[in-house]
Design a protein around this ligand. Structure first.
Ligand SMILES: C[S@@+](CC[C@H](N)C(=O)[O-])C[C@H]1O[C@@H](n2cnc3c(N)ncnc32)[C@H](O)[C@@H]1O
Length: 322
């Protein structure tokens, strides 16, 4: 239905707005997820890292982490069942240094998830623009974290158009006057199977980003291969491990979509939601979301934060169990 004037929302928009929601549920996600009937298009989350934040929440030693996360009493099966068959699960996590050596508990966890049936579609990197300062004898500052893309099937739903980036200035000069060899596909001389066809790029103004997140402030350099975001400022929200809104937002754009009317066509779930960052990203992008955290104070914090930061339109922010 058409609006009466440009500024007035349509009847359909008002109706839809009533249904756009962010539900915050306080509880253990292993118990809460099985009670949720709607399946998620995307689970995007950052769980407690091994042996981290002891003072704040569960601290799991690296040796026990794979079983804690992906074992029979862990999260693998409930996440699997909470996801649409062609949905995606994005896991932001980082290996830990133990006694001067990088302990790859994350790799072992991913391996166990694969044994449970998960397909690791790709490993994205989130590069931190302001990593923690410090000095170590045998390594440098930690400047990135994993974001594993896992799925139940090899070809999960993916909306690449929504994250494409400008092709960059090189095309104007390079593609202006194609002639000779440039007019057909050139295969690599060493028979590697690689090749290129420059004619494909004529009149194209956008390309896929590499497996890189270009979120809040896209960088101009081409070929950047890591996520380029400022780290969330934990102290500001009194949560020790906040990720930036741009991180879940980027994956929400890549793996979920809206209907033609611009409203949610795919539920986003964050089962370790902390200060509610994923809820802010989801509401900003008009996707429905369910956030779960087993700490009441963090749920309270998330509720207040989302109401304050992401709710100019009065979307529903629902609270349960706290
Ligand atoms: C790394 S933090 C997530 C931070 C979040 N991404 C943000 O931006 O604020 C992990 C969260 O998982 C929560 N948590 C730990 N075990 C849980 C469980 N079994 N069920 C639900 N939440 C849990 C912790 O309370 C903590 O807030």
């Amino acid at each position: 239905m058409k609006s009466k004037s440009a500024s007035e929302p349509t009847v359909q928009e008002v109706e839809k707005a009533k249904h756009l929601y962010c539900r915050i549920i306080c509880g253990d996600s292993r118990e809460v997820l099985p009670t949720i009937t709607e399946k998620a298009a995307l689970i995007v989350t950052s769980p407690p890292y091994a042996d981290a934040r002891r003072k704040h929440y569960d601290s799991i030693p690296p040796s026990e982490y794979p079983m804690w996360f992906a074992g029979p009493d862990g999260f693998s099966e409930v996440f699997w069942n909470a996801l649409e068959p062609e949905g995606s699960f994005v896991l932001n996590i980082k290996d830990k240094v133990v006694d001067g050596i990088r302990n790859h508990f994350v790799w072992k966890t991913i391996q166990l998830l694969e044994e449970k049936g998960w397909k690791t579609i790709d490993d994205y990197l989130w590069r931190k623009t302001n990593p923690m300062p410090g000095y170590w004898h045998n390594r440098l500052r930690d400047g990135w974290e994993y974001c594993f893309h896992l799925a139940r099937v090899v070809r999960p739903k993916m909306y690449q158009e929504q994250v494409k980036v400008p092709i960059g200035g090189w095309t104007e000069a390079r593609l202006a006057n194609l002639k000779g060899k440039d007019l057909k596909r050139q295969n690599s001389a060493n028979k590697s199977g690689f090749g290129r066809d420059l004619t494909y790029w004529v009149n194209k103004d956008k390309v896929l980003p590499p497996n890189v997140i270009v979120a809040d402030e896209p960088k101009e350099e081409e070929g950047e291969n890591v996520v380029e975001l400022p780290i969330g400022i934990g102290r500001q929200f009194q949560h020790p491990a906040v990720f930036p809104v741009g991180l879940p937002a980027w994956f929400i754009r890549l793996f979920t979509k809206t209907n033609e009317d611009g409203f949610s066509d795919g539920l986003v779930i964050d089962p370790f939601s902390g200060s509610g960052t994923t809820g802010i990203a989801a509401l900003n992008l008009r996707r429905n979301s369910i956030l779960i955290d087993n700490n009441r104070d963090y749920c309270e914090m998330a509720y207040k934060r989302i109401k304050a930061e992401a709710n100019p339109n009065g979307w529903e922010v629902l609270r349960e169990g706290f």
